[in-house]
Each structure stands twice: as C-alpha cells, then as structure tokens.
Design a protein around this ligand. Structure first.
Ligand SMILES: Cc1cc2nc3c(=O)[nH]c(=O)nc-3n(C[C@H](O)[C@H](O)[C@H](O)COP(=O)(O)O)c2cc1C
Length: 325
C-alpha cells in the first residue's frame, strides 16, 4: 500500500503467522525501463536470495502502469533483479494516477487490462506468477466482470478484487456480493478485498463472495494481529479476543525503532501519526492516544505517550503479554 507498507512494515506485520504473502508499494511504470535502484527502493528484499520478509513470507513486486511495452520492459527488469511474483495495479483511484492513465483508469476498457496483463505475462514467459488487482469498475459496475475476465485471459495467476468501484473510493460499504458474480465467471482464484476489519467481516466477506481467501489492507495496520486471529480461527474454530492496546503500541514502537535508524525523528513521528490515524478508526484507545499526541513532534515524547499505561483491565494486559509480537 502506497506510502504505508514499506519493507520495515512488511517485516513487522509478518512476524506473527497469518499472512501468506505481502505486496510492495507500486513501482510506477510510465514509458522507459526503470533503473535497478527504483526496484530496490520499493523492494529491498530483492537484494536477498529469496524475496521474502525476515519471517519468510513472500513479497510480491507491484507494478502500476498502462503502456504494455513499458510494463513488459519493466517486468523483464524485475525478473532479472530476482522478483518472484509481479502484481499489476488496476485499482488505484488517485486522481493524479488516473489522469496519467494508471491504476483504475484502465477499468474503463477491459481490452487494455488484458493487454497489460498479457504483456507482463509474456515478458516473464511463465517463469513467475503475474497477478492483478482490480475494483468492481470505474464509474459503475458494468464492466467489472469483463475486466476480471480480461485479467484472466491476459494470463493472471490470481485476481484480487476490491469490492468497490473507483468512484466509490473507500466509502463503505464494500460490495462483497459483487465479487461472487466475478468469481462465477473465472477459473483462476479470486481473492476478496475491502473493509475486512475483524473476524465477523472476514466471515461475511467470505460467505458473500464465496472466496476462500481475502486480502487485508488497512485492517492489518489497524490491528496487526488480525491475520493471526483469522488463522487461529481457521485452525481451531476459536475466536481470540480483540487485540489490546499494548500490542498495538508495541508494534508502533518497534516500527519507530527501525525507522529512526534511517530517517529524521520528525519524519518518524509523522509516519507514526499516519499509522496511529488508521488504528484510531477501529480502536478507542488508539483514538484517545491520537487525540493526545496529534500535535507532538518529539519522537521520545511520542513514544512515551504510546507506552503510557492505559485503563485496560489486568486480564487484557495478561493477554497482551502472552500474544506479544
Ligand atoms: C494508503 C493506501 C495505499 C494504498 N496503496 C495501494 C497500492 O499501492 N496498490 C493497490 O493495489 N492498492 C492500494 N490500496 C488499496 C488497498 O490495497 C485496498 O484495496 C483498499 O484499501 C481496500 O481494502 P481494505 O479495506 O482492506 O483497506 C491502498 C489503500 C490505502 C488506504
């Protein structure tokens, strides 16, 4: 996810089991083949022999572009640098990206989705999987199924569907039932995405979409233990309690510890605020901390504010200690 999921975040979020793979921020492909440094910046994991997080979870390299030739050239470059999977972004709703013919803008013409996927799949000659992520359409849902079929026809190995149109942005609700219509027309695996914030959402998204797998976006930042809780439920049928503040704070503090090695303190504070801002929508304690810390610019004070004791029960603290990531 652009601006929020870098290699440090991928590392932290995959330490606890639950996530099968992660995706980089997008490499923006315009017309030329990009130099290796661009790929390494987005995906430092390429420098290792396996493109995985320290916990061993695969990292897929994301490309965003529309020109088939440029996408193919950059797919070859990524392959040469060691990429083990390429994901194509047809979902980005940002106006600047769409104005320059990228992301969801291709959903207005399924042929262009197919051409883009086919160009990348052809460039890597089936040596690594090429996957795609779409929305239900651009302005409306009329072309959603056609775009999904186009991605499959182009050679996509699997398809992630964010259950909204581009014009719906991030506005709830996510229309998981529309993913079922897409799934019914495809033979490749379809993965449901959008507004899966908790176990109940996970069940509902699965049952309405019929998908076996889901992709989590903001929820993994809001609740870093959600993938673990889903996995635990899959294995045991047991619902673990909600993630307590202490665990969320611990993840934020570890994140700051890593980021402060390379970034100025003020930048680290704003990154922390960005993450806390996502957490606060789903957690009352995070909302309280955000309100207290929103004007803080000193890193130590910010971290102290995150770690200060809260009004949670001793039972919650016990759970935090046993589940700590
Ligand atoms: C800050 C931010 C950055 C995102 N960046 C990307 C991206 O680079 N590629 C992509 O396919 N989707 C991106 N998305 C969309 C998410 O992957 C996901 O489809 C969307 O947030 C809905 O899922 P969620 O409700 O689980 O977050 C981004 C979303 C947000 C909020």
């Amino acid at each position: 996810m652009e601006g929020v999921i870098d290699a440090v975040t991928r590392d932290l979020l995959t330490r606890e089991e639950g996530l099968d793979w992660t995706v980089t921020e997008f490499v923006r492909v315009v017309d030329a083949r990009l130099p290796p440094r661009v790929f390494y910046k987005h995906c430092p994991e390429l420098r290792q022999s396996c493109v995985v997080t320290p916990a061993g979870v695969p990292v897929h390299l994301q490309l965003l572009g529309s020109d088939p030739q440029a996408l193919a050239a950059n797919a070859r470059q990524a392959l040469a640098l060691g990429a083990t999977s390429l994901d194509l972004n047809f979902g980005c709703p940002a106006k600047t990206v769409n104005r320059h013919d990228g992301g969801a803008s291709l959903l207005r013409d399924p042929r262009r989705v197919e051409q883009a996927v086919a160009a990348v799949a052809g460039a890597v000659e089936d040596t690594i999987p090429v996957t795609a992520k779409i929305r239900l359409g651009f302005a409306d849902k009329q072309l959603g199924v056609a775009c999904a079929r186009a991605a499959e026809a182009g050679g996509a190995h699997h398809l992630v569907v964010h259950a909204r149109t581009r014009n719906e942005g991030y506005r709830p609700p996510a229309h998981w039932e529309w993913i079922a219509r897409i799934r019914a027309q495809l033979t490749i695996p379809v993965i449901a995405n959008g507004d899966i914030w908790c176990l109940a959402d996970y069940w509902k998204a699965r049952s309405l979409s019929g998908c076996e797998d889901v992709m989590l976006g903001r929820a993994v930042l809001a609740d870093p233990l959600l993938p673990y809780r889903i996995r635990h439920w899959q294995r045991t049928g047991e619902c673990l309690p909600d993630t307590v503040w202490q665990i969320r704070a611990d993840v934020l503090c570890r994140y700051a510890d890593y980021q402060r090695r390379n970034l100025p303190e003020k930048v680290v504070v704003s990154l922390l605020k960005q993450w806390l801002n996502i957490m606060r929508g789903r957690d009352a304690e995070a909302a309280r901390r955000f309100a207290t810390l929103r004007r803080e610019t000193r890193l130590e004070a910010f971290l102290a504010g995150l770690q200060a004791p809260c009004r949670e029960s001793p039972q919650a603290h016990h759970e935090a200690a046993t589940l700590a990531v």
